[in-house]
Design a protein around this ligand. Structure first.
Ligand SMILES: [Zn+2]
Ligand SMILES: [Zn+2]
Length: 570
């Protein structure tokens, strides 16, 4: 068998059997809904009579999944199919078992880490009228051949992982799902505790139906959020490494109570950059205009944009000083290092891109944490994505500032979403959870809105700003990404293209400007941004933009210029 596999005649893949296969008589009815869920369910069904798309705005842990299960059951009873979209593979792991208990063999799971054979099986099953009736999957599931869809659920619809950019086809699965549903005459339900501004805007302006679910499931109260002012804490020497004394005390108590802790730091690796103590040299990627991240575990410097890696330099390549480097900033690896010294007996694990390269490692960390084999889980935004753990009573946010200071018009919305979602992981059936948020900006409006769980306040503020500066949802954006190996050619091409666009679109054109990382994989990059009125015809706009591009880039000297067009960039 191995010989045939080596010759690529056979392909080996693992198939999970047993654990997920319930026989028909073991299947359970959907759980009974509480009064708030039942009311929301009725409202959703009522809204669906008027609007094909409904947004369910439900606080974290409000039991949205149970609602979804009831809605899916009703669609199946009508002989139709349902698609349940989730933003991450990790979520299929947690949800599959729950859904299998109700839907048994009718449920199919679909994601990119399956082999071709497994995916073919799902395709064939969907085409067969005795095959799958419910699919849970990631964004690419919208391309599956459904016979007759009755419902598409897009859970945590604000997640950026729903957008595919590279490689093409470029699409946003939320928007594509709405189109797919309308082709089948089906309904679309968008769900989140922190909807995208655009989706909430569509709901309050009447394009979508809006249903709210403000009560947490089983009366779990929302967590108490305590702010630590980092400036003050450092000044008063109440810090050990990146941990405030208060956070350490609370962690101590939590461990004594045999409860679990999540620590959030939105950066992987040990330190985002190194600096030479004698000449201030900072090691950079040889292909990109970005500093190399230090990974202590591999003792290497790695570029997070192209993957270029070199070993830790024993002396400064610039001035020759031996053991010259100090670390700056901190990532999840450093947090792990520090926490092991503070709590040497605690069982600690880390969940980020580096520890979850395979589907198995993902599942193992989640299962270990669920089964209380881990006391403290450190993670990047990966741990915020809708995972539910019922023994977590403390969440520590090490530093909220890099989220707040990120230079992008969506950064405040994103910071609110991430901080609210990670906070939502705290809290149990019988006990209020606690969140400790460390920041240099305790007075920042977003921090206040996160504490007050004030989504509407955040929404109103962001809308005011975006209206003023003409950003979505008040305009549509088209981003032109221009790239070339030669800096001078790029400068000329991007300037000429901007000029020709400006002749037509005037002040709607911004740029050319440097992106955050102005060179990636030996390509220099410029951005040109168009802000187009919502009322403008997409076809006309597209044609004019195309014409400008074609006439500008057809010049012989610009033949090798690369251009990507991103409509509604995220
Ligand atoms: Zn040096
Ligand atoms: Zn690089």
């Amino acid at each position: 068998l191995k010989a045939l596999t080596d010759k690529n005649i056979f392909e080996t893949y693992e198939k999970i059997i047993g654990r997920l296969d319930f026989s028909e008589n073991e299947l359970q009815k959907p759980a009974t809904l509480n009064e708030f869920q039942a009311k929301a369910l009725l409202e959703i069904e009522k809204k669906f009579k008027e609007k094909p798309v409904v947004l369910l705005h439900g606080v974290t842990s409000s039991g949205k999944t149970e609602l979804y299960i009831h809605l899916i059951q009703k669609v199946l009873d009508e002989g139709k199919q349902a698609l349940y979209l989730v933003p991450e593979i990790a979520l299929t792991t947690q949800l599959t078992l729950r859904l299998k208990k109700v839907f048994g063999k009718k449920l199919g799971v679909y994601h990119s880490k399956f082999s071709d054979a497994e995916r073919t099986e799902i395709w064939n099953s969907l085409l067969n009228d005795k095959g799958y009736e419910v699919i849970i999957g990631v964004r690419s599931s919208i391309f599956l051949p459904f016979r007759q869809l009755g419902l598409i659920i897009v859970d945590e619809e604000y997640e950026t992982s729903y957008k595919q950019f590279d490689p093409a086809p470029r699409y946003h699965a939320r928007n594509a799902a709405i189109v797919l549903a309308s082709m089948h005459g089906a309904h679309t339900l968008l769900g989140s505790a922190t909807p995208a501004i655009e989706s909430y805007f569509n709901a309050v302006t009447g394009k979508y139906g809006l249903v709210k679910l403000n009560q947490r499931f089983e009366e779990i109260s929302l967590p108490e959020i305590k702010i630590i002012n980092l400036k003050e804490a450092y000044h008063k020497k109440k810090m050990t490494g990146h941990f405030s004394d208060f956070l350490i005390e609370e962690m101590q108590k939590t461990l004594q109570n045999k409860e679990q802790i999540i620590l959030f730091q939105n950066r992987r690796g040990y330190a985002p950059y190194l600096e030479c103590k004698s000449c201030n040299f900072i090691p950079k990627c040889k292909n990109c205009d970005v500093s190399l991240t230090y990974h202590k575990i591999t003792n290497a410097l790695t570029c997070h944009y192209c993957g270029y890696t070199e070993s830790y330099p024993s002396s400064c390549p610039s001035c020759g000083t031996p053991a010259a480097f100090s670390t700056h900033g901190f990532g999840t690896e450093k947090i792990e290092d520090e926490i092991k010294k503070i709590f040497p007996d605690a069982r600690i694990n880390r969940m980020d891109l580096d520890t979850t390269r395979s589907r198995k490692s993902y599942e193992k960390i989640i299962t270990d944490f669920e089964q209380y084999k881990i006391d403290i889980l450190i993670g990047t935004q990966m741990i915020t994505k809708g995972l539910d753990f019922d023994k977590v009573s403390l969440v520590g946010i090490l530093n909220a500032d890099n989220l707040l200071n990120f230079p992008d018009f969506r950064s405040h919305e994103r910071a609110f979403q991430l901080l609210s979602q990670v906070s939502g992981r705290a809290g149990r059936k019988d006990k209020q959870g606690k969140v400790i948020l460390q920041t240099y900006q305790p007075e920042h409006p977003i921090i206040k809105q996160v504490i007050a769980n004030d989504y509407e306040g955040m929404f109103m503020n962001q809308c005011e700003e975006r209206k003023l500066f003409r950003y979505p949802p008040y305009t549509r954006l088209i981003l032109l990404i221009v790239r070339h190996h030669d800096k001078q050619i790029l400068l000329e091409a991007s300037q000429q293209l901007t000029d020709s666009l400006r002749n037509v679109f005037g002040r709607r054109v911004q740029g050319p400007s440097d992106p955050l990382i102005p060179k990636i994989q030996n390509y220099y990059i410029k951005h040109i941004l168009l802000k187009i009125e919502i009322e403008a015809s997409p076809e006309k706009t597209k044609k004019i933009v195309r014409d400008c591009i074609n006439s500008c880039l057809s010049q012989p000297s610009f033949k090798s210029v690369h251009l990507q067009i991103d409509v509604d960039p995220l």
